[in-house]
Design a protein around this ligand. Structure first.
Ligand code: URA
Length: 185
């Protein structure tokens, strides 16, 4: 069996943290596992928990529309979250929950071997780029970690709450488009 599918099955039985008990479905990941771009959010919301697919609720719909601007769809990227089970009432995933889950994301990343990772929001950026990452100041900037170019943009839920952040995110999307042209095949 394909390695990513084996990992998914391993995650399906996971009870490493209490979110394993309250989930309806595991939200493992979606998109093209051969893609050179990975997008990482924080954790599933209600619609994701019900369907088992990341970013299908209101934030996901906005994300799809934003990515369409730079001609990206789920055939061209792979999308997952820092935690694979829904935190109750959509609260931020706690450090212990992130710690319990992050090994799965690391293994997913090792199997997919992306050239670019885009963190969606503060939680993913703090976990994957730097633990004191400041999204308001640093969104759209690029850092290279090993062979992977990394950046962060505002979480689409933040853009739903505060439309004034959208022009900055538009600039960040153009920068992502340029980086894809620069480093992807
Ligand atoms: N927000 C996230 O961070 N991830 C999802 O999958 C959905 C909403």
């Amino acid at each position: 069996m394909e390695q990513l599918e084996l990992l998914r099955r391993q995650c399906e039985g996971c009870q490493r943290c209490p979110l394993g008990e309250s989930r309806t479905n595991l939200v493992f990941g979606d998109g093209n596992p051969k893609a050179e771009i990975m997008l990482i959010g924080e954790g599933p919301g209600e619609q994701e928990d019900l369907t088992g697919i990341p970013f299908v609720g209101p934030a996901g719909k906005l994300l799809d529309q934003m990515l369409e601007i730079i001609d990206l769809d789920r055939e061209k990227y792979y999308i997952a979250n820092i935690v694979k089970c829904r935190p109750p009432r959509n609260r931020d995933p706690q450090a212990a929950e992130q710690d319990a889950c992050i090994g799965y994301l690391r293994e997913q990343t090792r199997l997919i071997q992306p050239k670019i990772i885009v963190c969606l929001g503060r939680i993913a950026a703090m976990r994957l780029i730097r633990n004191d990452y400041r999204i308001t100041r640093e969104h759209g900037q690029w850092v290279k970690k090993g062979n992977i170019w990394m950046t962060a943009i505002y979480h689409p839920s933040a853009l739903l709450r505060d439309e004034s952040k959208r022009p900055e995110t538009f600039d960040d999307l153009l920068s992502i488009r340029d980086k894809i042209r620069e480093v992807c095949g």
